[in-house]
Design a protein around this ligand. Sequence first.
Ligand code: FAD
Length: 410
Amino acid sequence: MKILISGASVAGPVLAYWLHRYGFEPTVVERTPAARHGLGGHAVDLYGAAAEVTRRMGCWDTIEAARTQLDSMTVERFGRRPVEVDLSRIYAGISSRHVEILRGELTKVLYDAGRGSAEYLFGDSIASLHDDGEGVDVTFDSGLRRRFDLVIGADGLHSNVRRLVFGSEEELHRPLGGYLAVFSMPDVFGLGNHTLAHFSVGKLVGIYGVHQTGQVRAGFLFRGDLTYDHRDTDQQKALLVKEFGDYGWKVPQLLEHLQPAEDFYFDSIAQVTLESWVSGRVGLVGDAGYCPGPAVGGGTSLAVVAAYILAGELAAARSDLPSGLRNYERIIRPLVDSSRRLSPKVMGTVIPSNALTVRLMPGAAATLAKLPTALQRLIWSQNAVGKVFSSTALPDYSDLLQPESGQPVP
Ligand SMILES: Cc1cc2nc3c(=O)[nH]c(=O)nc-3n(C[C@H](O)[C@H](O)[C@H](O)COP(=O)(O)OP(=O)(O)OC[C@H]3O[C@@H](n4cnc5c(N)ncnc54)[C@H](O)[C@@H]3O)c2cc1C
C-alpha cells in the first residue's frame, strides 16, 4: 500500500520509517530542495516516550551524541541580581529521558535512520488532491501525477495538506498573543554552551550557543497584537526593531546582526485548533494537525510519538486504512489536549505578563532545579507538563513488524 507523506522534518521521517517497517510503501514529498543536514534550525526537545521511539528506531545514541549541551542558564532582569539555573536538573525532573538537539540535526538523524526505506521527492509540493473513497489522486507542483492509498500531512504549522483538505489558516489558527523571532549571529559574548536570558514584563530575550560553531541563536519572545505579512521578512525585521529597539541590556549588540541574518525566523505563537485531523483517506500528524504553539508546548515530542502511533495503527488496520486513521486520532487525543492546555501556561511563564512573575520565576526555577529528582518528578506529575512529557504510555506494535524490512526487531 502506498502512502504519501507531505513534509520531511520530524513527524514525516519518523512516520516513513515505521510505515516501511510494517510493510507499507511510503513516499515523502518535501518542498526544500534537499534533505536538511547539519546545525541549522532552533533547539528542540525530545522527552520520555519520544526518546523511546527513537531508541526503537536505533538512533537514540546518535541523537544523544548530537545534543546541544546547553545545560546551564543565567537569568538577568533590570535592577536585580542574576540567577543561575541548572537546566540539566530541570530536564531530569521533567522526564527520565530528555535530549535537546538542533532541529536540523534531529531531522538528519531521523532521515538517515529510514534512508533507503522510503522514496523522497525533494523540491516539490502537493498542488491538488482528490479522495474518491478508494484512493487519493495527487498532482504535484512539478506536474507529476500519482495515486496513493492514503495521504498524510506532516508539513508543519503552515501545513499545505491542511489548507487543501481541512480549511484555511485563518479559521484554524488560534494566536496565543505572543510572537517569536530567532536568528543566528557570531558568539560575540563568548557564551560557548551557555544560555543567557533576560526577562521583563511581556518580553524575553534569550541567547544560546550552538556547539562547535562559534555561533549563537538570538531569540526574542514578546506579547502583542500585530498585523504582518508572514512572507515579508523585511517587514518582520522592522517590527522586531520597533519592539526591542530601546530595550537596552545586550539587545543593541544583537540587533546589529539582524539585517544580515539569513535564517531569520518570525512567527506568531499560535495553536492549530482542528477538532479532527482525519478526513477520509487524508490525515495530519505533528504540528500540521495540532501544533500546540512553537517553542511552548513540546511540539517535537508530540510529533514523534504521534507519528509512531499513526504508523502502528495503520499497520493494525491494514485492510481498512481510514479506520486506522480514526484509531490514531482517538489514541492521541488526550495527549493533544494536554499539550494544548500546557502551552498557554508555558507561554505565561516564559513571557511574563506581570512584574510578580518577573520577580519570582527565576528564583523558583533555580530552587526547583536544586530539589531531589524524585521530588521534582512528583511536582511535575501534578500538572500538564508531567502528563505530556513523563507519563505517555507508548503502545507496542512489534508483532506487526515485517521481518523482510531487513532490520532487527527492537
Ligand atoms: C523558533 C522555534 C523554536 C522551537 N522550540 C522548540 C522547543 O524548544 N522544543 C520543542 O519541542 N519544540 C520546539 N519548537 C517546535 C518544533 O520545531 C515543532 O513542534 C516540530 O518541528 C514539529 O515537527 P513537524 O515535523 O510536525 O513539523 P515541522 O518541523 O514544521 O516540519 C514541516 C516540514 O514540512 C515541510 N513543508 C512545509 N510545507 C510543505 C509543502 N507545501 N510541501 C512539502 N513540504 C512542506 C517543511 O519544509 C518542513 O520540512 C520550536 C519551533 C520554532 C519555530
